[in-house]
Design a protein around this ligand. Structure first.
Ligand SMILES: Cc1cc2nc3c(=O)[nH]c(=O)nc-3n(C[C@H](O)[C@H](O)[C@H](O)COP(=O)(O)O)c2cc1C
Length: 401
């Protein structure tokens, strides 16, 4: 039989058997402009062990890759590190087809998997103490609750120093290159930041705690295998991604201001440009994101490395313009707290939008240092007031340093 889809050997006895999704562009509201991979791994103990599965439509691809190494029916143990359907979607079908002796998940994972696939799903909690020696392989299971779901866990092979980190350290990036050292660093930098901003940022304090814990434990990692994107196999790459997570979870507010806004007739846009000039005049980097050209997940990515947030919305039917409400709701949910901020916008009569924007900014823990409402088209004085708003935000941000 011809083999089209093959496993990728990671090292002796360990294979990548996942799937590449070149087409996906919307991942629960996150723009995946470079597609993604769903990573599953095969560990060859005395019997093969499958770690995670893939999204349901990719079942055949995963099974074909497994079959290029072993007969899938020989798999006796399946480990599920995360119950989200991009990793568990195939699990019921794998159980039906392969009939493994055991399927293991965390305590919350068992609950979540049953809530997805029914109470009859044959899955059990990993052994107490979190250690299992089976088919000649030693595993250590670590719950990583809320990173990024309650069920999330890491699986570690202490003898080989291999860490299967489910969504942690992952990124949405479809490639045939399976290893980070085969991909330009600038692409990894962009996609890892985007993933962190859009998935892990709300849990930054937990990320910081986990990194500190692993350091205390002296946990050594020679191979880092996330469930999306490339595998990290060099010391340099592992150090790099862990270092980035340490930076992003540190709560530091970089000296950059994001200005996002939308406009119907161009007035709010004029104000935004003047604000940008004011910010830049004080030597602070400003990034203007008109929402006509920026997706909510790109705004979140920019915000990951910005200590300032200025938001502009015209009033439409007594409300802030809907695209601004969308992105504000999104970044509020992602927990971008502690920024220095301001709200602005053009209006015709009631002009409710600016107050509404300022209120949401405050609710999300932004220090609102200025607001600006301009009726219809801004004149030179209005533009100068907008410029001054930029200056004020920049000065306040500088003072936080
Ligand atoms: C369909 C529509 C509804 C509007 N509703 C309101 C409103 O309820 N209250 C208000 O103050 N202005 C309202 N306006 C006026 C706009 O806010 C005003 O034209 C503003 O200058 C637009 O800013 P922009 O050029 O940045 O889009 C409305 C405009 C449009 C086109």
């Amino acid at each position: 039989m011809h083999q089209t889809f093959k496993a990728v050997k990671v090292r002796e006895g360990l294979y990548w058997v996942g799937a590449i999704d070149w087409a996906i562009r919307d991942f629960h509201g996150y723009a995946t402009s470079r597609g993604t991979t769903y990573n599953a791994f095969l560990v060859l103990g005395e019997s093969p062990i499958l770690i995670d599965t893939v999204k349901a439509p990719f079942y055949d691809e995963m099974m074909a890759r497994i079959a290029s190494v072993v007969d899938p029916h020989e798999i006796e143990l399946v480990i599920s590190n995360h119950a989200e359907m991009d990793h568990s979607g195939c699990l019921p079908k794998v159980i039906d087809e392969v009939k493994p002796k055991k399927v293991l998940a965390s305590k919350m994972g068992v609950k979540a998997l049953r809530a997805h696939f029914g109470d009859a799903l044959e899955v059990e909690e990993f052994p107490s103490g979190g250690v299992l020696e089976v088919y000649g392989v030693k595993f250590q299971f670590m719950e990583t609750r809320m990173l990024h779901w309650p069920d999330s866990m890491f699986t570690y092979m202490p003898e080989e120093k291999i860490l299967f980190s489910q969504d942690g350290f992952g990124m949405h990036l479809a490639t045939y290159e399976r290893f980070a050292d085969q991909i330009p660093r600038w692409i990894l930098e962009q996609e890892a930041a985007k993933y962190y901003a859009n998935i892990l940022n709300p849990y930054s304090p937990l990320v910081a705690k986990l990194l500190a814990q692993t350091q205390e434990m002296g946990l050594e990692v020679d191979l880092l295998l996330p469930d999306h994107g490339p595998i990290y196999r060099t010391k340099e790459d592992i150090k790099w991604i862990i270092g980035r997570y340490a930076d992003w979870s540190s709560g530091k507010l970089p000296q950059k201001v994001v200005v996002f806004y939308d406009t119907m007739w161009g007035s709010t846009d004029k104000l935004a440009r003047a604000i940008g000039e004011g910010i830049a005049s004080r030597g602070i980097s400003a990034k203007l994101l008109p929402l006509g050209g920026a997706h909510r997940s790109d705004v979140a990515t920019e915000l990951l490395e910005a200590g300032g947030l200025v938001v502009g919305a015209p009033t439409l039917n007594n409300n802030m313009f809907p695209s601004v409400a969308d992105v504000l709701t999104y970044v509020k949910g992602l927990g971008f707290k502690g920024r220095i901020g301001a709200a602005f916008g053009s209006y015709g009569w009631g002009g409710e939008s600016v107050k509404q924007v300022a209120q949401v900014l405050e609710e999300m823990g932004t220090k609102v240092v200025d607001t600006l409402k301009v009726q219809y088209v801004p004149d030179q004085d209005d533009l100068y007031a907008a410029y001054q708003m930029g200056v004020k935000v920049a000065e306040e941000l500088k003072a936080t340093n």
